[in-house]
Design a protein around this ligand. Sequence first.
Ligand SMILES: [Zn+2]
Length: 353
Amino acid sequence: MEVEIRTLTPLWTGGAESGAVDRVHETAIIGSLRWWYEAILRGLGGKVCDPTMQKCLYDPSKRNHGLCDVCKVFGATGWRRRFRISIICDRTEPDPTVKPLVKADRSYVDRRGRKRTPTWYFPENLKDKPRSGSLTIRIQSTTPKGLETGAKLEFQPAIIGGLLQFMADWVTIGARAQMGFGVFELPGGRLDTAPLYDWLTANAGTRTYTRMPSLRNIFLARIRLENVKMQETFNLKYDLRQLFSGQQNTSLRHFIMGTTKGQRMAAKVKMSRPYGNRLMRVWGWIPEQAEVYQGFWDRDSVVGAIHEHLRTRYSLEVWREMNSPRDTETPNNGDFREFLRSLLRLEEKRYGT
Ligand SMILES: [Zn+2]
């Protein structure tokens, strides 16, 4: 299976450790595929290991070979990934609009009374300059050792194709999404998402994940602003941080928006650079449970504050969120599979309700 990807915002190339970086690396793509695959499968209650706790280890004597439903596909120690991605034609070029630093159109007064402008620096290594253009990838299924027989275990590249379509519709591909990289389109036309849906629902279970990224606690939004400048991504990032820099703690702000100071923490809310001259994507995952809420906040109030900010400052084109009155397409829908089908744009007639 071959798929053409065209960037709408620069794509992070990955492969930073390999020295000369002058092309897009497969690892950058696979990491983001895995992240979304995990999030959807957690929403379905499937078995997903927490790589920060204990990674899966292939062990043929154990049930399911000791692998969770994600490692089964994306690989684990001793177990090969069920598909291979190769970039067969890379027509991307380093993007000249990516500068080593960006200043927001904002200012604040620091503790010493000095006027400051919020500034972001990247990339750390300019050899890794994000790239724009198009590339063609080939997705092939692989057969891990010990699995040579058994047709029902055959992994279809179309499953990954469906995941690419989901990401093209809603989010980004590649690393450093928090810097707005990786919005893309599929110029060859829509890919069928049914193989992904069928595969994932076959792995559904009854587990709940209240502290991990899950499509049940994710929101996906698209906002519009006429003649939007690239800085707007960073203005918005600053403004959202301000929403959570309240009285009690900086820890909530760091928990939601991330920090590179002290103990690094990844941002849970991300926003793309502008594309199409006026669109930006904003998405994030806000867990149901977290110590940092301290009884003052909860998931609904955090997501509600973000939604209110976007709704009042921008034209909010779409907001998707499971079981929420804020959802613009299927509000208050508590049926996860129905929500997933709607995100995957699967027709009702095939799956019913
Ligand atoms: Zn695992």
